[in-house]
Design a protein around this ligand. Structure first.
Ligand SMILES: C[S@@+](CC[C@H](N)C(=O)[O-])C[C@H]1O[C@@H](n2cnc3c(N)ncnc32)[C@H](O)[C@@H]1O
Length: 214
């Protein structure tokens, strides 16, 4: 492992070490916790600027900061009718941010009713998907097969947390997103251009998994 990989991994550990506790290590967007590296947030900004999605489907809401961030970027980019749908299985009574562009759905991303509700909103919109829910292999591979057909040409499919491989189990890190992405690309690689943004931003939770739909 070279120095960059080592530092990246240590940073990942640092970010995730207080998982499910007070989360003081998480950045905030407008006061709302967001579990993304600041560099990945900049990367999302770059791809939204370049591709101007009209619909962003986010699997995994957590505290809601990322959905709000996407909605605010759509505001800044003045994307007409731009909508963010954020899905989370967790139905506890957490407060989530409100924004006219932001829709929160509660349920599993693999639930057929949830998927039907999401599919109803497509109507030819330029659609980007960010998979950031359960990062286990079994879940991610199913999410990939289910959600990738929704990604429109020229838009991104981002598989989050492919950097988790190699971390010890039992600390809130369930490894598998990387393996799932590699397997998915064996079958669907011809449909995507893999962008290696980690080489640009250095610290990415998603190395090798910024996938641009051809
Ligand atoms: C890594 S967090 C999401 C972080 C958020 N996207 C952000 O950047 O701040 C993962 C979330 O996925 C949710 N989750 C886990 N399994 C899920 C499933 N099967 N369907 C939907 N959400 C799920 C968890 O409840 C948790 O809130």
């Amino acid at each position: 492992m070279d120095n960059i990989d080592f530092t990246r991994r240590e940073y990942y550990r640092h970010m995730s070490c207080d998982h499910r506790r007070s989360r003081p290590h998480w950045p905030r967007w407008m006061g709302w916790p967001i579990t993304k590296y600041p560099s990945d947030m900049i990367q999302y900004q770059q791809i939204l600027y370049e591709t101007r999605p009209e619909l962003i489907i986010e699997c995994g809401t957590a505290k809601g900061g990322s959905g709000l961030y996407f909605a605010h970027l759509m505001d800044l980019l003045n994307i007409k009718g731009g909508t963010v749908i954020s899905i989370d299985i967790n139905s506890d009574k957490r407060e989530l941010p409100k924004h006219p562009r932001l829709v929160h759905l509660t349920g599993s991303t693999l639930d057929k009713d949830i998927f039907a509700a999401v599919s109803k909103t497509l109507s030819g919109k330029k659609t980007m998907v960010s998979l950031d829910s359960d990062h286990s292999y079994r879940h991610v591979i199913q999410e990939l097969e289910l959600y990738h057909p929704l990604v429109t040409s020229g838009q991104y499919l981002v598989v989050e947390d492919t950097a988790d491989d190699g971390l010890p189990a039992g600390k809130g890190n369930v490894c598998g997103a990387n393996q799932a992405t590699e397997e998915f690309l064996q079958t669907h690689g011809h449909e995507y251009e893999r962008k290696r943004y980690e080489r640009q931003i250095m610290f990415s939770c998603n190395p090798g998994s910024w996938l641009l739909r051809k």
